[in-house]
Design a protein around this ligand. Structure first.
Ligand code: ASP
Length: 498
């Protein structure tokens, strides 16, 4: 039976949700209601609510005749009011409850219900995030075979991965600060409890460093603290390799099996994405109107321009001056892999093609490619890192009163790097990982709903950049390997000895 490909399904879900939401916002988002003592629960004289897209007013007169008025506004008068309904909920739970029960416009009511349903989909993504990262990292590192294959090549490869990912993140941060795709939005987001982190950058970095050494690794898994989880998993895998023998083999088999299962689970959840997107899109557009698309278009432009810069300027420069390869020829050799990456949105699925292209069309030795590419498909994701940084700052820009300063941006850069390392090479993995960064800077996770809608297109673009960076890494490492400066050689069994 004919079935639409998942990205078409998601697109249809997105458009349907948006159309319904916009219609609701246009025709059912303005409600003024007044209730007298007879209609209201005991102890209240009157209640007046006015709910529009950008402004909510709640006026309550209690039994003693004293009146209080609360205003929620994304507009210019927000100084003397609340930025979000969540703030009202905290400051005056009674007023919030009255508004929810008596004052909401139909659009907001349906929007809130949709947010809850879409939230279930996001919960599922959060459910698989930790086991997926752990299994993906462990099978990648343990797949190296034995500890002697680590060493200098590992150091260089890791150095390349980190440098290019940081360059990508820097490009992303520069573009998003320059273009400001989310500024001018009037979103009523709901920030989580944690305030944005600010303060001395040194302190912030030291805190992150401390987090990388969890005093209770099991606690990190239940919290969950992703930074601690990733660092502990990497250490565990490396030491498993060092212990070697039967132990390493058993753990590797276990990691591989778990990874396969987690992949299957994630892919199954992604099948629900069209529905999840429909409800999240409906929530966003019903409560915020068509205005939100203007910001979304700029967001996409920002991500694509930044990815383009990294793929067409930064990486080719590295190829030319570090790997001493002709970027145009190298790109031509890799084109089948890059196109497959674009249409599959999965580095893992593209891996067999990347391997054959790099070896047979670009002439890199199997010794290098078999080491650099599988590891790269798991942990080197420049496109994903760049996209995470832009997406999180975009969400922050959309929220009124939510400025992310220098210290927060350093945290974003750092967490984006780790998120990209932890992301599996499958479609939408970057989206799953974004939760880490949103939590790190105290942004509301449900705001992901806004960007999920356009995630497939951006996923295709960033996956091509991920694969392109892995391939460039091969050329860089191959150059050092062949220059014979690292002292590595092949022993008689063809095993790499250091
Ligand atoms: N789809 C990407 C990849 O496979 C990961 C991501 O979602 O960013 O490389």
């Amino acid at each position: 039976m004919f079935r639409w490909a998942i990205h078409w399904q998601i697109l249809i879900g997105m458009v349907s949700g948006a159309v319904i939401g916009i219609a609701l916002n246009m025709f059912a988002s303005d409600r003024r209601s007044e209730f007298s003592e007879a209609e209201l629960p005991g102890g209240l004289q009157s209640l007046v609510c006015h709910d529009t897209t950008n402004r909510v007013q709640i006026e309550i007169t209690d039994a003693n005749g004293s009146t209080r008025s609360l205003v929620v506004s994304g507009g210019s008068d927000r100084e003397e009011s609340f930025a979000t309904l969540a703030e009202v909920k905290k400051a005056d739970p009674e007023a919030y409850a009255l508004f929810q029960e008596w004052g909401r416009s139909r659009a907001r009511w349906i929007g809130d219900v949709s947010r809850k349903i879409g939230g279930l989909f996001l919960r599922m993504l959060r459910m698989v995030a930790v086991p997926l990262i752990v299994a993906s990292l462990m099978s990648g590192i343990l797949g190296l075979g034995n500890a002697s294959r680590l060493g200098r090549m590992f150091g260089r490869t890791l150095g390349y991965y980190i440098c290019t990912s940081l360059l990508a993140i820097l490009t992303g941060l520069l573009m998003v600060n320059l273009i400001q795709p989310g500024s001018g939005g009037t979103t009523h987001g709901q920030p989580t409890e944690k305030p944005p982190v600010s303060g001395d950058i040194g302190d912030v970095l030291f805190n992150q460093l401390e987090t990388m050494i969890p005093s209770n690794p099991l606690g990190a898994f239940t919290e969950p603290n992703f930074l601690s989880i990733i660092s502990f998993t990497i250490a565990f895998s490396i030491f498993a390799l060092l212990v070697g023998g039967n132990t390493a083999e058993k753990i590797r088999d276990w990691a591989k099996v778990s990874f396969d299962v987690m992949m299957a689970m994630t892919l199954a959840i992604i099948k629900l994405a069209p529905l999840g997107v429909l409800f999240l899109m409906l929530y966003v557009t019903a409560t915020q109107g068509v205005e939100v698309f203007r910001s979304l278009a700029w967001y996409m432009v920002t991500v694509i321009v930044a990815l383009g810069f990294h793929a067409l300027v930064t990486l080719p420069l590295i190829l030319k001056f570090v790997a001493r390869r002709n970027p145009v020829e190298y790109c031509r050799a890799l084109s089948p892999a890059l196109l497959t990456a674009f249409s599959s949105a999965s580095s893992n699925a593209t891996l067999p093609l990347t391997l054959t292209n790099v070896e047979e069309r670009a002439g890199v030795s199997n010794r290098v490619s078999s080491f650099v590419l599988p590891l790269g498909a798991t942990i080197n994701m420049d496109g994903t890192a760049l996209y995470e940084a832009i997406a999180v700052l975009f969400i922050a820009q959309l929220l009124p009163n939510y400025d992310l300063g220098m210290a927060d941006q350093v945290i974003i850069a750092f967490t984006a790097l780790l998120a990209s390392i932890g992301a599996a090479g499958i479609p939408h993995a970057g989206l799953v990982m974004m939760v880490i960064i949103l939590q790190a800077v105290g942004l509301p996770i449900e705001m992901q709903g806004i960007i999920i809608a356009v995630d497939r297109v951006l996923d295709m673009c960033r996956t091509s950049v991920n694969v392109w960076s892995d391939a460039c890494g091969c050329a860089v490492i191959a150059r050092f390997e062949s220059s014979g400066t690292d002292g590595t050689s092949l022993n008689t069994e063809g095993e790499l000895s250091i």
